[in-house]
Design a protein around this ligand. Structure first.
Ligand code: SDX
Length: 439
């Protein structure tokens, strides 16, 4: 059995070092022993944007980017999407195993008991402008929940932690539905816990004056499946933020708010809204070659394409694309699908994209479905944040339970000025003018 070590020769000193390998990695701290002299701080690793750095050990989600594989707790996403509800998958991601019937009923009822928002939270949300972006409302209001549940800061109490996790899973749909209705000036629909998790969300979104909301089962199943696909994705940008903020022992409401802020970025979860805006900008299939040319010239990005890990087709995108047709049976086909599919066809043949291994990701088709369901594009990232709250919380809890984890605090390569003395202002020479804002 070959020895799991590296032998490193430091050509500055001629010394050699034997560095142990750890599960296919080199522990960065091992490099600190490599010094030029006793005063030397030792070597660090340098990895801007963490292109090749494992920040933690995790047993929640496995991705194989080259083979287009995604598994939650060892179960292939395709199987979970076909055989399980989102709440079952949420239980799996949080607890590590699929629930028995009894565990599932208890889980579902427990979440159902926490769907209500404190009346003061409603008043808080009514303060937003009528045209407030729902993601801005969600990020702000989920942070404000930390003022409603101050006990949430006891992050090392397992029972208290689980109670806050259940509250967050239960309340994200309520927060989201109200931020959606706020834009239309509609009254706030209280949860109806006779309904399932997804059907209740649709009730809070779309109920008018009917005595009982009845969800379209095809749309409810599609939304449930889309929530499963978005539930977790190992150490993506927003999960990295959740772990970093949580590592300072911030409470889960503030940590989820920070993670959702990261998700809102157009390179991350905000991409699904950008895809629709891109398809609207392209407008017709005739305009696709011109747009592709602008992408190649680096003047635009093909939103919904590319991925840090997947250098193959995102397995979620394949399932989302298939689900689109089931939704369109009910809603009628979204004309943007045709442009999206032509864009995909061209991109998958074009050397620029093939060479860079750019394939459709989960965001490419999800927005087309959400829009067909009746959501405005500014709601798409909110629809991503609801299910991803499950993944953020599971990763947050795993971080807290990991004996190796402590407050996240990377180092840097300093490239600024060397040490210098302050000169009295009157004696300072003119430095390059700093443009000041006009007012
Ligand atoms: C999500 O990490 C996750 O797991 C995220 C996520 C999750 O579930 O949490 O999967 C959800 O965020 C999906 C990604 C959604 N974002 C987008 O669709 C936005 C468009 N995609 C890109 O911005 C980009 O592909 C990223 C941000 C997704 C990944 O960027 P990387 O890994 O940093 O890759 P890169 O920018 O270094 O690109 C490598 C090359 C570059 O070309 P060169 O400089 O080598 O010539 O590919 C090009 C890039 O310019 N490129 C693109 C492109 N994506 C990468 N060119 C055109 N269009 C694109 N979309």
């Amino acid at each position: 059995m070959p020895e799991e070590t590296l032998t490193i020769t430091d050509n500055r000193t001629g010394k050699t070092y034997t560095v142990p390998l750890y599960k296919g990695t080199v522990r960065a701290l091992e490099l600190r022993h490599i010094k030029t002299d006793a005063e030397d701080f030792g070597l660090m690793t340098y990895d801007p944007a963490f292109l090749n750095t494992a920040s933690c050990e995790s047993s929640i989600t496995f991705i194989d980017g080259d083979r287009g594989i995604l598994e939650y707790r060892g179960y292939p996403i395709e199987d979970l999407a076909e055989h399980c509800t989102f709440l079952e998958v949420a239980y799996l991601i949080i607890h590590g195993e699929l629930p028995t019937e009894e565990q599932y009923v208890e889980w579902k009822n427990g979440i159902g008991r926490h769907t209500l928002l404190h009346e003061s939270t409603k008043k808080f949300m009514e303060g937003f402008r009528h045209d407030a972006h729902p993601m801005g409302m969600l990020v702000s209001t989920v942070a404000a929940l930390s003022t409603v549940y101050p006990e949430a800061k006891e992050v090392h109490d397992p029972a208290n932690r689980m109670r806050q996790m259940v509250r967050l899973i239960a309340k994200m749909p309520s927060l989201s539905a109200y931020s959606y209705r706020h834009a239309f000036g509609r009254y706030y629909v209280y949860p109806d816990n006779d309904l399932g998790y997804i059907e209740n969300y649709m009730n809070m979104l779309w109920r008018r004056v009917e005595p009982k909301y009845v969800a379209n089962p095809i749309l409810a199943r599609a939304l449930d499946l889309l929530f499963t696909l978005h539930a977790d994705h190992e150490q993506n940008c927003s999960t990295n933020v959740m772990r970093a903020v949580g590592s300072a022992m911030a409470d889960p409401y503030l940590s989820v708010s920070a993670a959702a802020s990261a998700l809102s970025g157009p390179l991350h979860g905000g991409a699904n809204q950008e895809v629709l805006e891109m398809l609207d900008l392209i407008g017709t299939k005739d305009n696709i070659p011109g747009y592709i040319q602008e992408v190649k010239e680096g003047r635009r990005k093909l939103m919904g394409f590319g991925h840090r890990v997947y250098k193959n087709y995102d397995p979620r995108a394949r399932i989302v694309k298939r689900t689109a047709y089931e939704v369109f049976e009910v809603t009628g086909i979204n004309p943007r699908l045709e442009i999206g599919m032509e864009l995909e066809r061209i991109a998958l043949e074009d050397d620029y994209f093939v060479k860079r291994r750019l394939y459709p990701n989960v965001d490419f088709y999800s927005g087309i479905i959400f829009q067909a369901m009746g959501f405005r594009p500014d709601m798409f990232t909110v629809l991503f944040a609801i299910p991803r709250t499950v993944g953020w919380l599971a990763q947050w809890q795993e971080m807290l339970q990991d004996p190796e984890q402590k407050i996240a605090r990377p180092r840097q390569i300093y490239t600024g000025s060397q040490r210098r003395e302050v000169v009295a202002r009157a004696l300072r020479n003119s430095t390059p003018a700093v443009a000041m804002p006009s007012r």
